[in-house]
Design a protein. Structure first.
Length: 564
C-alpha cells in the first residue's frame, strides 16, 4: 500500500496514474482543468513523478498520439479534453480506436455545477444533460467521478475495462468540483489489482480445424489485423509453410504477413474465393465484399479471434461454420503444434501446393512491381511510382503510418510492427497524430507518415506540426496530393458510370485546390519541398530523410500525383 498526501483530488489522480504506469498526460485544456493545472505545477516544483503533461492543441492529434503511443509500446495512456465540446472533437479518433481495439483512457471535465464555480458564460452554454451520450457507442465503459475517494477504484476499473479483450477506449468524466475537493491523505494499492481475464481456445475446435486443414485442397487464410501481434505473424508464417496455406491480407491495418513470402497472394481474396474449399478468417472484420464475390456452398468458413464474430458491429453476416475464440497467436501456435506429425504422408501433395502458391505469388507481386516501374515517366506522378521509391529509400527499418490508397501495400516493410494503416472506422485525419505518438514511444526510430491531401487536411496539420516542433518529434510526412477527394469521385463513378460527372470528368464537391502543404511544415521550423517530376522523387526523399535523421527536424514532401 502507498500513502498519498495531497491537497486535492487532482493530485491523487496524477499520483495514481503514475503508480499504474501511465507515462503521459495528453491534454487539450479548458477551464475545467484548473485543479489539474495547479496540481501539475505543484508536482513540478516538488519533483513528483507525475505523468508528463503534453499540450496538444487539437483533440484529433491528441487521441492520435495516445493511439500511436500504444501501437509503439503496448502501454495505454491518459488523454483529457475540455468538457462536451472537446469530447465531440475527439469522437472521430475515438471511433477509430474502438474499431481497432486500441485502449485509451479518454477523459473530460464538465461544466461546473455550483453557481459560484461558474465564472464564464460558457459554463452555462456548454453544460449537457448527457455528456457521456456523445461517446457511449464508441467506448467499452464510461463513468462520471462523484467523489475523490472513488479515484482508485474508478481508475483501476477503467484500466481493466480498456485492457480486457477485445481491448478499446474508455471514457471518464472528471467534474472540476471533485478534482478540486480537499483530500488530505489516502491509502492506495501500489500495484494494479486486477488479473485480466483470458479466453483459452477450445482445444477440440482447434483439433477439428487441424482435420479440416489436412482434408482441404486449397485452404485460404484472410486477415486484416492479425499483425497487431508480432507473435501471431510468426505463428502464421510457420503455419503457412507447414500446411501450404495461401494468405491474403485484405485491407490490412498492419504488416500481417511478409509480402516476399511465397504463400502471400496479395491483397484481394476475390480470385481465390471460388476455388478455396476452406477459408480461415483471422482477425478480420470484413473478409470479402458479399456483393462482389459469392462462396460455393461447399466452402467451409472458420472465424478466429478474441471476438471472432465482432459483437460490437451492428451488422455482420459472414458465415462461421467453426468459430474459434481466442488470441490468434495462441490459436495458430496450437494449430502448428497439432499439425507436426499428421502431415507425414502428405508431403507430395503439400509440395505441389507450395509450388503452385509460389508461382501465383511471383505472378501477383511481379505485376505490382511492373506497374510501379512502368509509371516512372507519368506526369502528374503516379502514386505507385512514389510508393516504390519510398520503399527503395526507406528499406525495412523505418516505421510507416499509411493513411492513403497509394499503392503502398505491396511495398510495406517485411518486419512486424513496422507498417500501420488506417483503422476500418474510416475516420480521416488518423495518420499524423498516430505517427507522432509512435515517434514519442520509439524516439530512436525513423517514422514516416504517408497521407493523402484530404487526410492531411483532416489531421489538423498546424496542430501536428506544432507538436513535432514543440516536443522534438521529427517525422517525415509525405502528402500524395491529387488535389481531390478521390473516394468521392470513385463512389460517384461506381454508382453512375455513364452519368454526367463520369462523362464530363467533373465531380463537384470533390476538388481540393491549391494545397501548398510544404509551407505549413516550414512555418513550424520544418523542411518542406514540392515534388512534381518522376526523377525528383528519390532524391527528394533522401534530402527529407537527412533532415529528419541528421538535423532532428520534421520534413514534408508535397508530392503532386495524378488521380488514379
Amino acid at each position: 500500500m502507498v500513502r498519498i498526501k495531497a491537497e486535492t483530488a487532482a493530485e491523487v489522480l496524477l499520483e495514481l496514474l503514475s503508480l499504474r504506469g501511465i507515462e503521459y498526460f495528453f491534454a487539450n485544456a479548458g477551464t475545467d482543468f484548473v485543479a489539474i493545472v495547479e496540481a501539475l505545477a505543484k508536482g513540478s516544483e516538488q519533483g513528483k513523478a507525475f505523468p508528463k503533461p503534453v499540450v496538444v492543441p487539437h483533440e484529433t492529434p491528441l487521441l492520435g498520439m495516445a493511439y500511436g503511443y500504444y501501437l509503439a509500446t503496448g502501454r495505454p495512456q491518459f488523454a483529457m479534453v475540455h468538457v462536451g465540446v472537446g469530447t465531440a472533437n475527439g469522437l472521430g479518433m475515438l471511433m477509430a480506436a474502438n474499431r481497432a481495439q486500441v485502449p485509451i483512457l479518454f477523459s473530460a471535465g464538465r461544466s461546473p455545477v455550483e453557481g459560484e464555480g461558474r465564472f464564464s458564460y460558457v459554463h452555462w452554454g456548454q453544460d449537457l444533460y448527457d455528456q457521456a451520450g456523445i461517446v457511449r457507442e464508441q467506448v467499452k465503459w464510461y463513468y462520471e467521478l462523484r467523489s475523490p475517494f472513488q479515484l482508485e477504484a474508478v481508475i483501476d476499473r477503467a484500466l481493466a475495462m480498456a485492457l480486457s479483450e477485445p481491448k478499446g477506449p474508455v471514457y471518464l468524466i472528471l467534474p472540476p468540483e471533485v478534482m478540486a475537493s480537499p483530500v488530505g491523505e489516502v491509502e492506495v494499492r501500489s500495484e494494479f489489482p486486477y488479473d485480466l481475464p483470458s479466453t483459452s481456445p477450445d482445444l477440440k475446435k482447434i483439433e477439428r480445424l487441424a482435420e479440416l486443414l489436412l482434408e482441404a485442397c486449397f485452404p485460404l487464410l484472410i486477415t486484416s489485423s492479425l499483425g497487431r501481434s508480432p507473435e501471431a505473424v510468426e505463428a502464421l508464417i510457420e503455419l503457412s509453410e507447414r500446411a501450404a496455406v495461401a494468405v491474403v491480407t485484405f485491407n490490412p491495418e498492419y504488416m500481417n504477413f511478409p509480402t516476399d513470402h511465397p504463400c502471400h497472394l496479395g491483397f484481394s481474396p476475390d480470385p481465390f474465393l471460388p476455388v478455396a474449399d476452406l477459408i480461415l478468417v483471422v482477425d478480420c472484420d470484413v473478409p470479402w465484399y458479399p456483393e462482389r464475390a459469392k462462396l460455393p456452398s461447399s466452402t467451409v468458413v472458420v472465424q478466429i479471434g478474441t471476438d471472432p464474430l465482432y459483437s460490437r458491429y451492428p451488422a455482420r453476416t459472414f458465415p462461421s461454420h467453426l468459430t474459434v475464440q481466442g488470441d490468434p497467436a495462441t490459436v495458430l501456435r496450437q494449430l502448428v503444434d497439432l499439425l507436426a506429425e499428421p502431415l507425414e504422408g502428405k508431403e507430395e501433395a503439400l509440395r505441389s501446393r507450395r509450388e503452385r502458391l509460389a508461382r501465383m505469388h511471383e505472378e501477383i507481386f511481379a505485376e505490382y512491381l511492373s506497374c510501379a516501374r512502368a509509371a516512372s515517366s507519368s506526369l502528374p506522378l503516379d502514386p505507385d511510382w512514389v510508393s516504390y521509391n519510398v520503399k527503395e529509400v526507406l528499406g525495412d527499418e523505418a516505421i510507416v503510418v499509411n493513411e492513403y490508397d497509394n499503392g503502398m501495400k505491396p511495398f510495406m516493410s517485411q518486419l512486424p510492427g513496422h507498417y500501420f494503416c488506417n483503422p476500418h472506422a474510416g475516420y480521416l485525419g488518423w495518420g499524423l497524430g498516430t505517427a507522432l505518438g509512435i515517434k514519442l514511444g520509439l524516439p530512436d526510430r525513423t517514422v514516416v507518415a504517408t497521407v493523402g491531401d484530404g487526410s492531411y487536411i483532416f489531421s489538423v496539420p498546424s496542430a501536428c506540426h506544432f507538436l513535432a516542433a514543440a516536443h522534438k518529434l521529427p517525422i517525415l510526412t509525405i502528402v500524395y496530393n491529387n488535389r481531390c477527394w478521390k473516394a468521392v469521385r470513385d463512389a460517384t463513378r461506381n454508382v453512375y458510370p455513364q452519368g454526367w460527372a463520369s462523362r464530363g470528368d467533373c465531380f463537384p464537391l470533390s476538388e481540393l485546390y491549391p494545397g501548398q502543404y510544404e509551407k505549413i511544415c516550414e512555418a513550424f521550423g520544418g523542411y518542406g519541398e514540392r515534388v512534381e517530376r518522376p526523377e525528383e522523387v528519390g532524391p527528394a526523399l533522401e534530402r527529407a530523410l537527412r533532415v529528419v535523421q541528421q538535423e532532428g527536424r520534421q520534413a514534408l514532401l508535397n508530392v503532386i500525383c495524378k488521380v488514379k
